[in-house]
Design a protein around this ligand. Structure first.
Ligand code: UDP
Ligand code: MG
Length: 316
């Protein structure tokens, strides 16, 4: 097989019920596109039989290239591995649970052919997700938008098409705590959004519990903003300012015989409040420090127990 024009990447963590349907829908869309394509299925340490189904699919269709992780590394890392192994001139990232309808890929490709290098799909509507997920997701996108230096488009996930030029740049960015939609906004190039309706999950339940969502949010904030660190400075100035104002006020009150600050409550509140602020600031410092440590340690981003063979290598 010659170099494919399109690479489709799907990260998979325990999605055995969706895989056959995913393959069916993606291949019917991509066959209609009329050009060579490959389908990179990244198994992020599934334990529900997804791995076997991926192997079966790969046996039936040489365009499927399985990347099997040694354990669960997380969604963003799985997508990264897919990008590393992709060879297409245009690369599409899609969720394996069919919440991103494969049919939208046609529209992404259309924009790519018009010359856009990053075509991201914007969620206009969400189906089958509870109010909590919808609300937190919406708040999350708006918070990130406000406090980061990169203007990450609102309500976009990782469902997107990227040109080879963009993927090549992203592949040089090896940071550990990844927020791919931020990184792909950061690189620039010609970008455009395409609206779509996010469907309900085809089967199974979300693989993003609150803990993982918070982690993603933390990664997004720390990767693209120093605002939490600066918060300590602002609070410091505020507290110091308050103290400086308080000194003459208290002296004046004392001299004029007012007995305003009696008892220990005021002291106690001030100590508790400032102690709290200091501990929180330390914790924020710790978040950044831990990330720096992770980067310095320089471990590989992921470990594969099985990677796709390159046809070119086999021919030698
Ligand atoms: N996923 C993954 N590793 C993980 C968690 C999720 O590869 O640790 C995959 C998952 O199989 C799916 C995609 O990432 O294809 C998005 O996850 P999910 O649908 O659970 O997230 P949600 O849509 O609920 O935010
Ligand atoms: Mg999903």
């Amino acid at each position: 097989m010659t170099q494919p024009i399109y690479s489709i990447i799907a990260p998979i963590y325990n999605e055995h019920e969706s895989l056959n349907e995913l393959y069916r829908r993606v291949s019917s869309v991509m066959d209609a596109a009329g050009e060579n394509w490959e389908f990179i299925l990244v198994d992020d340490g599934s334990r529900d039989g997804s791995t076997e189904i991926i192997h079966q699919l790969a046996q039936g269709d040489p365009r499927i290239r399985p990347v099997i992780f040694a354990r669960n590394f997380g969604h963003q890392i799985a997508v990264t591995a897919g990008l590393d192994y992709s060879r297409g001139k245009a690369v599409v990232i899609i969720d394996a649970d069919l919440q991103d309808p494969p049919e939208v890929i046609q529209e992404l490709i259309k924009k790519w052919k018009e010359g856009y290098q990053v075509v991201y799909a914007v969620r206009e509507e969400r189906e089958g997700e509870g109010w909590f997920k919808t609300l937190t997701a919406s708040l999350f996108y708006r918070l990130i938008y406000r406090i980061t230096d990169v203007k990450i488009p609102l309500d976009t996930g990782d469902f997107r098409l990227m040109d080879r030029d963009v993927v090549n740049v992203l592949n040089t960015m090896r940071e550990r705590h990844r927020f791919l939609r931020g990184m792909s906004a950061w690189v620039g190039f010609r970008q455009v959004g395409v609206p779509y309706k996010r469907a309900a999950r085809f089967a199974g339940t979300t693989k993003y519990p609150l803990r993982k969502m918070l982690q993603l949010a933390e990664n997004a904030v720390t990767s693209f903003s120093y605002f939490p660190l600066q918060l300590a400075t602002y609070m410091g100035f505020f507290a110091a300012g308050l103290g400086i104002i308080a000194i003459p006020v208290v002296i004046a009150l004392r001299l004029t015989g007012w007995q305003f600050f009696i008892g220990q409550a005021t002291t106690l509140i001030a100590v508790l409040f400032l102690g709290g602020v200091q501990l929180i600031s330390l914790g924020i410092l710790g978040e950044y420090l831990g990330r720096v440590y992770d980067e310095v340690r320089g471990r590989p981003l992921y470990i594969v127990s099985e990677s796709p063979t390159n046809e070119e290598e086999n021919e030698d």
